[in-house]
Every structure is written in structure tokens, then in C-alpha cells.
Design a protein around this ligand. Sequence first.
Ligand code: BGC
Length: 721
Amino acid sequence: MEERKLQDLLESMTLEEKVGQLVQCNAGQFIANTMEITGPDGEMLPTEDLCRVMGSVLTFENAQQAKALQEMHLTADPKKIPLLLMLDVIHGLRTTYPIPLAMGCSFDDDLMTACADMARKESAACGVHVTFNPMVDTARDARWGRIMETNSEEVLINSRMGAAYVRATQGENLAEKDSVACCVKHYAAYGAGEAGRDYNTVDVSERTLRETYLPAYRACVEAGARLVMPSFNALNGIPSVANRWLMNDVLRGEWGFDGVVISDYNAVGELVPHGVAKDLKDAARLAMEAGCDIDMVKNAYYLYLADLVKEGIIQEETVDAAVMRVLKLKNELGLFENPLHGADEEAEKRLYLCEEHRAIARRAAEETAVLLKNDGILPFSGEVKRIALIGPFAEETRLNGFWSRPGAEKDTVTIPEGIRALMPDAEVIIEKGCGAEFADTDRSGIAPAAEAARKADVVILTLGEPENYSGEGRSRAELTLPGPQIELARRVIEANPRTAVVLFNGRPLVLEELAETAPALLEMWYPGTEAGNALARLLWGKANPCGKLSVGLPRSVGQYPMPYNRMNTGRPKPPPDNRPVPFSSCYLDMPNLPLYSFGYGLSYTTFAYEKLTLDRRSMTGEETLKVTVTVKNTGKLPGKEAVQLYLRDPVASVVRPVQQLIDYRKIELQPGESRDVEFTISEKQLRFIDFNCREVSEAGELQISTGYADHLILTESFVLK
Ligand code: BGC
């Protein structure tokens, strides 16, 4: 539809109809017409009218339902304004790929693009118009269960992968049937909740906010994301959905965002318990004034927005502007011409779990696994007649991660299935050993598990935390393996030195003892639909691990916060890291550094970093610097390596981090092959936020290194003029 006609449409709408465009409810309630809306005096309100005016719904199941919803609404709505259908497609729809935190470990934007592409096709077929993704909250505290939803503790990775996701999902033209609009979330700094508790208050300086948190949302907005979701948390005293500075000044003002802002689930209503609104009407006012266009499920707008306009508290023009943004989005998606968009039962059948998608999911599961330790037992080799598969995850089907669709476990390739497919002649003995829940205390399975381990040629010991221990509302105070798992590990490792410990978890766990005792340690995260196949292929060397940690793994929860790009102090602790130095910035009872640092990960082959060269010793702001890192595969297997580039600014007007990732690239090398990996560094990559919250670069000497966090090598300097 021509944009001019949208204006005519808006002008023809009643106030009630306008408000309807800003209301979102759950699809289930919509279909059953079971919405329970309580009025100001506790009375139940009739909801028949809602279907007529409602602008959008969330969380529906399939194309058939998507079509039914749209038809139901269009029949009732005299203005025939199509519904927007939204869904959380976070790491795949039916074909599930690894959780976002694992995806970050690939250090591979192209892999993210491939996964997003497959999710887009499946989502479009399902009838999704908007996905509530990417989530780009920089998160450094593993107590926060939603750390699984982010790509990394590093904002550069979140920015690049988030932008890659947006581009792949939205495509060139949203009106194409297989394009899906992206909603970037949770704006802003949701990952910085105090004490790692979900929904908790965030207090960060504007400088830190602009340096560590905002760039990822901004990168997604610049990549074209059409929606933004404010976060649940209060940011420096103001809940995001009521934060005018965040939404009007920064998002719309500074960044020029002209898309739709949609609240998080119930977030408008939560302004009351937050204590910044006296009641739901006041909450509706605050959110509307702050620039929140759509109220997700709370119905504060439905109940009060028209009254607020009639009473002259909210200007009708403010509502009009919000409605116009929603109408424009519908128009960009081509919904006025084709309200069903891509919803297509046939396409669902063709695409869901198709071989091509499974292959992408399998590759992603293989390339996001991080080999933390290997005493040489992996990949398994020689004749393997008997395999002991042990541990609480041995036969687990829920290996997809928190945001997988209900029933996704039915599609998962389990570990026994994966092993049997690859090793059809070997006998697989399965012993659970113990459970992985907090409440699991039964130790009676440990002795039989150790016995099975003793008799086997190789042992695969699966440990971790259950799928629903990470994700929304799943914070933990301890990061240990729940239940008696560590006791199981002790007995099994003791019984057989060819034990590979395989971990399934949605957050960093404290692994100190296993790092000491396990002959091999492989972090699988939550790998998704192809879990069993990917694991078997990794263990037997059909795939070579190449993941690098996108977040450091702590020795103890007491080390948090422990970002790899920590700031210098006036009393830095001199190395080595394993003993305290009096009156330096350190702990008395443990090293400062994580157990495994950001950027770390092993391979079955070895890589030599031979040299790092700069094409110039000084550069102006207009020039670029070419950095070449020569990497050689010195082992016997082909392998992929994420080459990382770090910056250090020894003297600046403000304290700078001890190391800062500024670029990365994933390469593949055959045995004996050497490659010059080139990076082009511009002045923009050398910038930081100064004391006055401006993005600046400063003249002076800078250092470039490669390697990984806390293990930087081949440092070279240059001068920025
Ligand atoms: C979550 C969002 C999600 C929304 C809709 C909320 O509880 O915080 O991330 O997109 O629900 O399902």
C-alpha cells in the first residue's frame, strides 16, 4: 500500500481502533476468547471487541493456526487491518541449532547467517511475521540464567552476530513471503542485573553503558531491525519501558530508529511493583510517554489509553505516531496485500527438519563445541568394542535449550542414536549413574556406573545441568554440577582412564575439579536437534572441535564480575596468577584469572602463530592499518581456527581494558598449510567512550596482539596520529 494511504487509514480510525493496534495478547487466549481482563474495580470486562481491534498476537503454533487467527480477525475487523503474528524463534524453530551462547563460541558470523537463514525459512512457513530475536544483551555473570540467550560476554561478538542475524532474517525486502522482521532485545543492559538475579536492577555509568552494552543493540538497529524490545530491568533507576532517555533520546534520537517498540511480557504492568507508577493507568501513561508503542499482554493500553487521551493527559498525536509505526511495519511486511505472508502448511512439511537443515544444525553443533582439555584420549581411536555411556544426560532428549518449541525433544537425535549410527558394531552400555537435579541424592547408580566404565574400551561421561536450569527466571547462586554428579565423575574417571567428560549446560559452570581429573573435557552447551550425531562425530574425529569460549569459565562464583576486558588498576597483580601478592589487586584464596579464559579452546590439530605484521608504524584517522597474522596448521588433521585480534591502549585519558577484542576471523587449514590472515583496522575500531561520554579515539601508541584472553602473543605497536 502506498504510504499516503496509510495516513488516510489512520485518519479514518476511531480512538478505540487506534488503541487496538497497540495491544498484543497471547494467541491461545485470542482463539479461545478466554482473555481475562480485570477492570479498575476488579470486575471482569467483556472481550469480544478485542478480536475486532487487536493489532497483534504472540506465541502461536503453526501455519494452520496463523491462518485461522488472521482470518478470524479480518472477518471481525471492519477496517481489515491485518494482525501481526509474533513468536520467539531464538535458536531455530523446528530444526534447533545450538543456544546463542554456544553460537558465540563459533566466532563465525557466517555460521550465524546460515543458522538464521534456516530459522527464517521455517518461521516464515509457520506464519511468523516478527521474531523476538536477536537477543544481544552483553552478559558476564553466569548466575544469570539468560546468559544462554546471548552470544557472548563481549559486545563486539554480540554486535556482529546480532547484525548478521538481522540481515539474514529480514532479507532485502520484508514483503517477500519468506522474510521475517526482527525484534532486538532487551534494551538495555538486561544482562547486567545485580547479583546475576533475573529482572534485577541495573546500575551502570553512562560511559560503561555506551561502551559495553549499547553498541550491540545499535548494530542491530543499523542492520535494519524493525522492532526493539525494552528490558524488564530498571536502568539507573528507571525501568526501561518507562525510560524516555533510552527510547526517545538515544534509540529514536541519536540512532534514528523509526521502527516499533514493543514492551516485554507484562512489563508495562510491572511499572506498578517497580514503584514508579501508582496504578495500571499511570503505568500506561508512563510507557506511552516514554515511546513504547505496543503493550505486550498486560492490557494497560487497552484499558486506559483512550481515557488518558480523552482526559488530555496523553496527546492523541502521540498515539497516532505509535499507531503509524505499527501500520508501517504491517505495510512493509506486505500484510495489507497478503495477510497470510509466508504461512504455508506444505512449506512447513518440506522445510521442518529437512536434511539440509539438519546438516546446518549438525555443523553448528560441531563447530560450537569447545574442547577444554584433552590428555590425548580424543579423538577415540583403535578398536572400540564396548562403549560405556554414563551420566544423567546419557539418554536425555531435552538437549535443545530453554527456547526450543514444546515437543522439540521428540526430534532430537539422542546420544545413543548418534553413537550407534556412527559405531554400529560396538556395544553401547548405558548407565545413568545419578540424576542432575538439585534434589537428586540417590547414589545407588554410581557403583554400577563405575563397574560399566571399568569393563568398557572407552567411556563417555555426560554431565551438566538440566535444560530448564538456564533461561528466563533461572538464576543460580552456585555454579556447581547439581546432584551427586561430581561423585559419579570421581568414581567413573578412577575406573577408566579413557573417559571423555561431555558437558551439557546453558551457562558457564565451575569445573575446577574436572579440569584437574578428567582425561578429556568437551563443552557441548545445548547443541539442538542434531546433538547425538554431532557428539559422536566429535568424539571419533569425524569432526574436529573448533569452538572458542565466548565467555570465560570461572573457578568460583566469587570471581564475578570477571570480564576478560577488565580495567587496569593502580596495583595490578604481577604474574604468576596462582599466588597472592600482598597489597595488589588479587584474592588471597584463589587466582584472579578464570579457569578457562575467553577465546580459549583446543583442537585435535595444532596451530602455530608464526608472526604478526603491521603494514605501517603509524596511521592517521583517515588511514587504515593492515594487520597480518600468519597461522600454520602444524598437526595431522584439517582444522578450523578462530584468529583473534586484541588491542591495548597503554595510556589514555580514561582507564582502558588490559585487552580488548577488536576483530576475529575463522579460517580452515589443511595439515601443513600456512595462511596469512589479514585484518584491516580503521580508526573506528580504536575508539572508546571518554569521560564526557563521547566516542573518541586518542593519539598515541597502541598495541596489537593475537592469541586469546590473558594469553596474548606476538604483540606489535603502532602510533595513532
Ligand atoms: C521474555 C522475552 C520474550 C517475551 C515473549 C518475555 O518473558 O523476556 O525475551 O520475547 O517473553 O515471549
